[in-house]
Design a protein around this ligand. Structure first.
Ligand SMILES: NC(=O)c1ccc[n+]([C@@H]2O[C@H](COP(=O)([O-])OP(=O)(O)OC[C@H]3O[C@@H](n4cnc5c(N)ncnc54)[C@H](OP(=O)(O)O)[C@@H]3O)[C@@H](O)[C@H]2O)c1
Length: 295
């Protein structure tokens, strides 16, 4: 039987509705959650992501601003901007869109963002908290994957989750989140990467397979077991002369073939992507709520 399609738009909309209540509560205390997105350069994919983030903020009545800087913007000036945003009480979340141009040290920039405003969850303090299971900010895409699993009725508890990819942005944090001794986690996690030997023999053991490699349609039907739950984090542009833009988006999973074997699967687009954005909004709301805790 073909897999159930896990609809990321629908689940993200469910979370947005929950957030409306929290946002209204904050507004009644005179607080409007504020997010600043900093975009350096003109990477086309980044521009799309930044636009989507701004739109999502607007729709929920958050204060949002996008600071667009030229590709040759100086690292020191970017650090100064982050210092100003850290000190700005109107801003509860700061997101520097990655990747940054080569002359800017990404680590230095991410480390400068105050951990209390690090709604992307990439500051080492938040990464450490995630690993030990303390409350901080969880990174948006991996946290979105966990929410997708739970809310689609595919809880990772007690399951063998195979993650393909070990980046700091997706692979490692999703593994860290799902292995926690916590409700909605408690998975047995295997992490694979480009040096993994006989990858298909490992992915076939996964009750849940999470593909986060950045290789178009790499995960084939013979790489997953019958009834597996497949989460496709990949977003890849592939040439398509029949498409208006000359390309189309595909994931890291061969969706058409794998959906015939899996019990549930996320599409691309419309799977993990919308979750990333709503989790960013959620982190910004949480950050704003934390500022009111001692009032
Ligand atoms: N939907 C969203 O919101 C969202 C958010 C973030 C990222 N993404 C997408 O998710 C994908 C992954 O992003 P990323 O930032 O994690 O990518 P990344 O930094 O390039 O990492 C890719 C990982 O996949 C592994 N890998 C690559 N080829 C492999 C192969 N043939 N076999 C096994 N492992 C392989 C790499 O192994 P090594 O470590 O050994 O090199 C690496 O760990 C991309 O398509 C990206 O666009 C989507």
């Amino acid at each position: 039987m073909p897999a159930k399609i896990i609809d990321g738009n629908e689940i993200a909309s469910e979370i947005r509705n929950e957030l409306k209540k929290s946002i209204a509560g904050l507004k009644s205390k005179g607080v409007i959650p504020g997010l600043t997105v900093v975009l350096v350069g003109d990477d086309p994919a980044s521009q799309v992501y930044v636009r989507m983030k701004g739109k999502a903020c607007e729709e929920l009545g958050l204060y949002s601003e996008t600071i667009r800087l030229p590709a040759d913007h100086k690292e020191d000036d970017l650090l100064k901007l982050i210092d100003d945003l850290n000190a700005n009480p109107r801003i509860h979340g700061i997101l520097v869109q990655l990747p940054l141009p080569d002359h800017i040290d990404e680590t230095k920039i991410l480390d400068r963002i105050s951990p209390e405003k690090d709604v992307d969850g990439f500051h080492p303090v938040n990464v450490g908290k995630m690993l030990i299971g303390d409350p901080g900010f969880l990174p948006c895409t991996p946290h979105g994957v966990q929410e997708l699993l739970i809310r689609s009725g595919n809880s990772p508890e007690g399951k063998h989750v195979v993650v393909v990819g070990r980046s700091n942005i997706v692979g490692k944090p999703v593994a860290a989140i799902l292995m926690q001794k916590k409700k909605g986690a408690n998975a047995t996690v295997t992490v694979c990467h480009s040096r993994t030997k006989d990858l298909p023999s490992i992915t076939r053991q996964g009750d849940i397979v999470i593909a986060a490699m950045g290789v178009p349609q790499f995960i084939k039907a013979d790489m997953v077991k019958d009834g597996a739950v497949v989460i496709d984090v990949g977003v890849n542009r592939v040439d398509d002369s029949s498409a208006k833009k000359g390309y189309r988006l595909v994931g890291d999973v061969d969706f058409e073939a794998v959906k015939e074997k899996a019990s549930a699967i996320t599409p691309v687009p419309g799977g993990v992507g919308p979750m990333t954005i709503v989790m960013l909004i959620k982190n910004t709301v949480i950050s704003a709520e934390r500022t009111t805790e001692h009032q």
